[in-house]
Design a protein around this ligand. Structure first.
Ligand SMILES: NC(=O)c1ccc[n+]([C@@H]2O[C@H](COP(=O)([O-])OP(=O)(O)OC[C@H]3O[C@@H](n4cnc5c(N)ncnc54)[C@H](OP(=O)(O)O)[C@@H]3O)[C@@H](O)[C@H]2O)c1
Length: 236
């Protein structure tokens, strides 16, 4: 990486992604009915990671399907946050290029920390008007696809986000990988097979077309806990 790019990146948050995957590489069943399949240890792991993040970010479909409110997981995690100089609650970020996130989504019912929506010019004025009432800030980055490099720089400058946890799904992850913005992948491999060519994986979307373009990581940690394998891949 040249010095100029490094300098630009230094103004970006550290981005770490956390996903649970079956042994055949799926993050949900093809019909999306099963979205939670990790062990209790994996859930604890998710909250431990959130406890180190200034903000947690998800794609619109994940927020709707998993009904996640992107919370801290309880008092002990909030105490950990405060003890490490973080705000008591993480910021919550939803990505929706068309602004189509369901206004009834559970996350909007729980008002414990700011909710930010990243969107594009594809979002109609009507959709934006709805979102502005639901979220603490709605910000446009790009024409049709979110320009994540600009978005992340804004998150750092305006909202002080130094550590950003991405929690999928596959389409959001793919956009982050393609933009070269993922520093670390926390991947829990669960001993299940979902199969199905339409089942989502940790990176869907457009993907890379050439080996030379593929993002490359190195395995930096591997731990077996009960039936699951907890791995960490760091960007090379
Ligand atoms: N096992 C796990 O660890 C795990 C974790 C997370 C999710 N999941 C599962 O994954 C599935 C959802 O994944 P998914 O890939 O379908 O959806 P997703 O990534 O959660 O959300 C996709 C939506 O996010 C927005 N988006 C993503 N990238 C964008 C970009 N570059 N520019 C603009 N908008 C963008 C778009 O919203 P609009 O359509 O509104 O424009 C898009 O439709 C669910 O079944 C969920 O349960 C599993």
């Amino acid at each position: 990486m040249n010095a100029k790019l490094k300098k630009l990146n230094s103004k970006l948050p550290f981005v770490f992604v956390n996903m649970a995957m079956t042994a055949d590489g799926k993050i949900a069943t093809a019909n999306r009915a099963v979205h939670s399949f990790g062990s209790r240890r994996d859930l604890e792991h998710l909250y431990e990671l959130r406890a180190t993040a200034d903000a947690v970010m998800c794609g619109a479909r994940t927020v709707e399907i998993s009904r996640s409110i992107l919370g801290t997981g309880g008092k002990k995690f909030r105490q950990h946050r405060l003890g490490h100089g973080l705000a008591e609650y993480n910021l919550r970020i939803i990505v929706s290029g068309s602004g189509s996130i369901d206004p009834q989504a559970e996350i909007f019912q729980k008002r414990f920390s700011p909710i930010l929506v990243l969107t594009t010019k594809r979002a109609t004025a009507r959709k934006l008007a709805v979102l502005v009432k639901l979220a603490d800030e709605v910000k446009i980055f790009g024409e049709t696809e979110i320009n994540f490099r600009s978005a992340l720089r804004w998150l750092r400058e305006k909202w002080g986000v130094k550590r950003l946890l991405g929690e999928g799904g596959g389409e959001l992850n793919d956009a982050l990988f393609r933009a070269g913005l993922v520093d670390e992948i926390n991947l829990t491999i669960c001993p299940k097979i979902f199969g199905g060519r339409m089942a989502p994986t940790i990176a869907d979307g457009l993907g890379f077309q050439r080996l030379a373009a593929a993002e490359t990581f190195e395995l930096t940690s591997i731990k077996r806990k009960y039936a699951d394998l907890f791995t960490v891949f760091s960007r090379r």
